[in-house]
Write a protein that binds this ligand. Structure first.
Ligand SMILES: *Cc1c(COP(=O)(O)O)cnc(C)c1O
Length: 232
C-alpha cells in the first residue's frame, strides 16, 4: 500500500541530506508534491501529513480537482499552458512555473490585472536546447526577462527547467549547474522587479542532485504518489 506520509517524510530527509552535503540550509528548499492525475483524496491526505505545496500540469484537471480538494493548499501550475486557458488559473494559483514566451506572459498579466492581484511566475528555460521541449532557449532568456518584467502585475521570481531525461541523475548535473549560472547572470542585470530567488528544478529521479546545485523548489510526483497511469 502507498504510504504518502512516509514517502513525503523520506523525501524531506533526502532533501535535508543533500542540503548538508552542499552546505545549504534545508529551509531554502521547498517541496512541491506533483499531484497530476492523482485524486483529491490523496492531496488531502498529503496535506494532513504536513505537505502544503502542490503542483498540477493540466488546466482542465486542475479546475475540477482544485474545487474538490478540501484543504487550503498552495497550488503551483507547472505544465505547458495555452494562452486561452490562463483565465482558468486566475486567482487560484500562487505561482506559474512555465512562462516561456511573451504572448503567454501578456495574457497572464491581463488576467491578473482583472483581479488586481500580483502573480508570481518563473521563466521556463529549455536548458538542453531540445527540439521537442517547451521553454525559452538560454540565448533568448535576457530578452524574455526584460520584456516580461515590464508587464503589470507579473513578478518574476526565478527560473524553471525540465532537463533532458537521463537514467543516471549525475548526467543531469551540468544542466542544473547551467541553470544556476543563468540565474546569476540575470541577477547581475539588476532589473527592477526581477528576482532570481527561485530555481525550480529536480523531480523524483534527480531532486537530490538539483538540491546540491541550488534548487529552491523541487517538484516530486512519482516518489510521493506512485506511478501515474499515462494520459492520452
Ligand atoms: C510530472 C511533473 C513533475 C514530477 O515528475 P516525477 O518524475 O513524477 O517526480 C515535475 N515537473 C513537471 C513540470 C511535471 O510535469
Amino acid at each position: 500500500m502507498m504510504d504518502i506520509a512516509a514517502n513525503i517524510a523520506s523525501i524531506r530527509q533526502r532533501i535535508g541530506a543533500a542540503c548538508r552535503r552542499a552546505g545549504r540550509c534545508p529551509a531554502e528548499v521547498r517541496l512541491i508534491a506533483v499531484s497530476k492525475v492523482k485524486p483529491a483524496e490523496q492531496i488531502d491526505a498529503a496535506f494532513a501529513s504536513g505537505q502544503q505545496l502542490f503542483g498540477e500540469s493540466y488546466v482542465q484537471e486542475f479546475r475540477d480537482k482544485s474545487s474538490a480538494v478540501q484543504s487550503p493548499v498552495e497550488w503551483h501550475f507547472l505544465g505547458g499552458l495555452q494562452s486561452n486557458k490562463v483565465k482558468y488559473l486566475r486567482g487560484r494559483v500562487a505561482m506559474i512555473h512555465s512562462v516561456d514566451r511573451i504572448s503567454l506572459a501578456e495574457e497572464i498579466s491581463r488576467q491578473w490585472q482583472k483581479i488586481d492581484q500580483p502573480i508570481n511566475v518563473l521563466l521556463q528555460v529549455n536548458i538542453g536546447e531540445e527540439k521537442q521541449k517547451s521553454g525559452c532557449l538560454p540565448g533568448n532568456l535576457e530578452t524574455l526577462v526584460r520584456t516580461v518584467a515590464e508587464l503589470p502585475r507579473i513578478q518574476i521570481c526565478g527560473l524553471m527547467c525540465l532537463p533532458p531525461h537521463a537514467d543516471d541523475a549525475e548526467e543531469v548535473r551540468p544542466y542544473f549547474r547551467r541553470m544556476r549560472d543563468l540565474a546569476g547572470e540575470i541577477k547581475q542585470l539588476q532589473l527592477p522587479g526581477v528576482s532570481m530567488a527561485e530555481l525550480s528544478m529536480g523531480m523524483s529521479g534527480d531532486f537530490e542532485v538539483a538540491v546540491e546545485e541550488g534548487a529552491t523548489l523541487v517538484r516530486v510526483g512519482t516518489a510521493i504518489f506512485g506511478e501515474r497511469i499515462k494520459k492520452g
